[in-house]
Design a protein around this ligand. Structure first.
Ligand code: PEP
Length: 246
C-alpha cells in the first residue's frame, strides 16, 4: 500500500507572514486519510514556514532546486541550503518552470540527482500539452519525460515522487477525468517499471491539475492515483481541507 500524499504548490503566493498564518490554520485541520501533507511555499518563505511547522506533522517542500552545489548561478538556490532549512521535498520540472524558465527533461534530471544527493525527495512533474493529448501521444510524451527525469537515479527511486500534471489542466479549471488520469498514471508506472522493476509499485504518483474539494474523492478512488499536487485549492485552509480530507 502506498501512503497518500497531498502536496500544496503555493507558487509565487504568500509572503513569509502570510505563509506563517496559513500554516497556523492548516495545523488545526484533521487528516482522516493519514496522508502525507506537504506545503511548498516560495523560497523566501521557507524559513518562516519551517519555524511555523515545528512540532507539526505537515512536511515542508520547495518549488525548485538548482543542480550545482554552488557557484555563479544568480537567483538560484542549492539543495544544501534547502536541506539546512528543514526542507524534505522539492518540486522539480513543474510545467511553469518548463514553459517560462527553459527547463528541459535533461535539466530536470540534473536537478533530481542533485536533490537526491542532498537527501531531498523530488516531486518530479510530467505532463502533456493539449495538442499532444489531441494527437493521442500523451503516454509517449509522459513516459519519455519520466524516463529522462529519472536517468541514473538507481536505488534512490524509492525516494522519488512523480506528479502527473496535464498542462491543459493546470490553473484552468479543467481536470482530467479520473479514468484519464488513472490510465496515464498507469502508463507512467509502466515506464518506471521498465527501468526500475518492481520498485515501481512503491513509487507514489500524484495527479495535479485543478484538483479541488469537489473532484478529489473521485480522483483518489482510482487505484493508480496516490495523491495530489494542488495549486489554487491549497491557498486557503478551507479549500485545502477539502482535498486533504477527500
Ligand atoms: C500546480 O500548479 O501544480 C497545479 C496543479 O495547479 P492547479 O491546482 O491550480 O491547477
Amino acid at each position: 500500500m502506498r501512503k497518500p500524499m497531498i502536496a500544496g504548490n503555493w507558487k509565487m503566493n504568500k509572503t513569509p507572514a502570510e505563509t506563517k498564518a496559513l500554516i497556523e490554520d492548516l495545523k488545526k485541520l484533521g487528516n482522516k486519510n493519514g496522508a502525507d501533507v506537504v506545503v511548498c511555499p516560495m523560497t523566501v518563505s521557507l524559513a518562516a514556514a519551517a519555524e511555523a511547522l515545528k512540532g507539526s506533522e505537515i512536511h515542508l517542500g520547495a518549488q525548485n532546486v538548482h543542480f550545482a552545489d554552488h557557484g555563479a548561478y544568480t537567483g538560484e538556490c542549492n539543495a544544501a541550503s534547502l536541506k539546512e532549512l528543514g526542507v524534505e521535498y522539492v518540486i522539480i520540472g513543474h510545467s511553469e518552470r518548463r514553459q517560462y524558465f527553459g527547463e528541459t527533461d535533461e535539466t530536470v534530471n540534473q536537478r533530481v540527482l542533485a536533490a537526491l544527493a542532498a537527501g531531498l525527495k523530488p516531486i518530479v512533474c510530467v505532463g502533456e500539452v493539449l495538442n499532444e493529448r489531441q494527437q493521442g501521444i500523451t503516454n509517449e510524451i509522459v513516459c519519455k519525460q519520466t524516463k529522462v527525469a529519472l536517468l541514473n537515479v538507481g536505488e534512490q527511486i524509492e525516494n522519488v515522487i512523480v506528479a502527473y500534471e496535464p498542462v491543459w489542466a493546470i490553473g484552468t479549471g479543467l481536470t482530467a477525468t479520473p479514468d484519464q488520469a488513472n490510465e496515464t498514471i498507469a502508463a507512467i508506472r509502466g515506464a518506471i517499471r521498465d527501468v526500475f522493476g518492481d520498485a515501481a509499485d512503491r513509487v507514489r504518483i500524484l495527479y495535479g491539475g485543478s484538483m479541488n474539494a469537489k473532484n478529489a474523492h473521485d480522483l483518489m478512488a482510482q487505484p493508480e492515483i496516490d495523491g495530489g499536487l494542488i495549486g489554487g485549492a491549497s491557498l486557503s485552509a478551507e479549500k485545502f481541507d477539502g482535498v486533504i480530507n477527500f
